[in-house]
Ligand binder design. Structure first.
Ligand code: DUC
Ligand code: ZN
Ligand code: ZN
Length: 471
């Protein structure tokens, strides 16, 4: 199957020009002006942008968490992602405490075998337990299987939280194996005390979710992780940065040239702590962690994205239904499973309020949603760019298409949307994964299983184009 994408404005992280892209056997084979080549399918992209497919390095599909399971599996989750222009995601393959990493990987491979994703999928390993089940030796073998990032939670005491010993030992393994360490940075010990005090005092409304996780607890853990990574000598990626207290240590580390990166997520740019304070228990829809912060943090986050203090925008898609899952007993915030949806609307929101409002250039937009994620997580240059030899993961983007974000039109199984009613301008018109058209004119046209598992390269190494690997 060959595809010729004609006359679009091709934007990568570095370039911006009008041209044609010819795709053969799943990869980009030619780029030029007015290419005159026969193709099985021709896409007229005049007046449209042509971007590398977006990469979401932070999703939780069919994940057991907070006593329940996220409501999107790898079918609905990847379908929803595809409609938003995401062509690869890297999900967290969670080690159930007391079990081995091999078991975790077997579980997650079963999920993708069963669900037949429509976009490409990689896994980070979620390290929860090195005392029983998982071992350092086993952790060290994972990069050979294409699992080149280790994620740890510094919060959720008594559940998935690790202590500093586990964190530090994992960092040492990462140093030796060429993996990158990812942290959910919050001081779980302090938060556990503050939550218990609030609950004992009868403060159980959703707004107490934010009040019991002050920004300083995120700042402290971010700084601790940075310093420990420095001592261990491994690269570090701080997930879902939500506030200035966490931006500051990342800015300092990057100024010093340390191997530290941070991401934020769409919701932190648009939703503030007041969302938790709604009549009844509705505020529970916004119980995700870190919590929505005081509004002034949004400008700090945009600023950090502009200066490359933060290098990535992901979704942290961790969907639970309202009220079936998020509603719990309608009274106690501390029982609500933490997480919110967002896999489909990242590009809509960032384009409309980032690019159209002059906060981000189109190149920076592509870098934040695609290229930087490909580079950090061992997918580049196979993914994250449009270049000869790269996978033809491509979004033909209509910059004038208008829509109103709603749970009634998104493609996730979740029944509410954090951005409900928001009007956006700019949306995908055609989405291709390795040259296969998967979404066109608001229809899913992918065959189930269009997506593949991707073995990622080690930190700092390139993932070669597919033909070069097999040649
Ligand atoms: N952290 C995440 O990264 N995702 C879901 C919940 C959480 O706390
Ligand atoms: Zn987290
Ligand atoms: Zn997450």
């Amino acid at each position: 199957m060959s595809v010729l994408i004609k006359g679009g404005r091709i934007v990568t992280a570095a370039d911006d020009y009008v041209g044609d892209v010819f795709v053969e056997n799943g990869t980009v084979s030619l780029i030029g002006e007015s290419l005159d080549v026969p193709a099985d399918k021709v896409i007229d992209a005049a007046g449209k942008y042509v971007f590398p497919g977006a990469i979401d390095p932070h999703t939780h599909l069919e994940m057991f968490f907070g006593g329940t399971v996220t409501c999107d599996d790898f079918t609905s989750g990847t379908t929803s992602a595809a409609f938003g222009g995401t062509t690869t995601l890297v999900d967290f393959c969670m080690q159930a405490p007391g079990t081995s990493f091999a078991q975790a990987l077997e579980n997650y491979h079963e999920k993708i075998d069963r669900c037949k994703p429509v976009i490409d999928v990689g896994f980070h390993i979620g390290v929860t337990d090195l005392r029983e089940g998982g071992s350092l030796e086993e952790l060290a073998t994972l990069p050979d299987q294409g699992i080149t990032s280790y994620k740890l939670f510094m919060a959720y005491k008594g559940a998935v939280m690790v202590d500093d010993e586990t964190l530090f030992k994992t960092m040492q393994v990462a140093r030796d194996t060429g993996a990158i360490v990812m942290v959910h940075a919050e001081n779980g010990d302090a938060i556990d005390i503050i939550v218990k005090e609030a609950v004992a005092a009868g403060h159980t409304e959703p707004k107490w979710h934010a009040r019991t996780r002050p920004p300083e607890t995120e700042g402290e853990a971010t700084n601790r992780a940075i310093q420990l990574a420095r001592v261990a000598g491994c690269p570090l990626f701080v997930v879902h940065v939500s506030c200035q207290e966490s931006i500051e240590p990342i800015a300092l580390a990057r100024e010093k040239g340390w191997d530290v990166w941070g991401e934020t997520c769409t919701q932190y740019l648009f939703i503030d702590e007041s969302a938790l304070d709604q009549p009844g228990f509705e505020g529970a829809k916004y119980i995700y962690t870190p919590p929505p912060r005081p509004k002034e943090n949004q400008e700090h986050l945009w600023h950090a994205l502009q200066r490359d203090i933060l290098s990535s925008v992901s979704t942290d898609h961790c969907p639970f239904k309202w009220p079936d899952q998020k509603g719990v007993n309608g009274q106690e915030f501390q029982l609500v499973p933490n997480g919110g949806p967002g896999i489909e609307n990242r590009l809509h929101m960032l384009w409309t309020y980032g690019v159209r409002e002059g906060r981000l250039s189109p190149n920076r937009f592509v870098e934040l949603v695609s290229t930087a994620n490909a580079k950090t997580f061992g997918l580049y240059p196979r993914k994250g760019t449009i270049a000869p030899g790269s996978d033809a993961d491509i979004v033909v983007w209509d910059p004038e298409k208008q829509l109103t974000i709603s749970a009634s039109t998104h493609h996730s199984n979740v029944n509410y949307n954090l951005f409900e009613g928001t009007k956006v301008t700019g949306a995908p018109e055609v989405v291709l994964v390795r040259g296969q058209v998967i979404v066109e004119n608001d229809e899913l046209v992918a065959q189930p299983g269009a997506g593949q598992f991707v073995k990622r390269a080690r930190f700092g190494e390139e993932l070669l184009p597919a033909q070069k690997v097999s040649a």
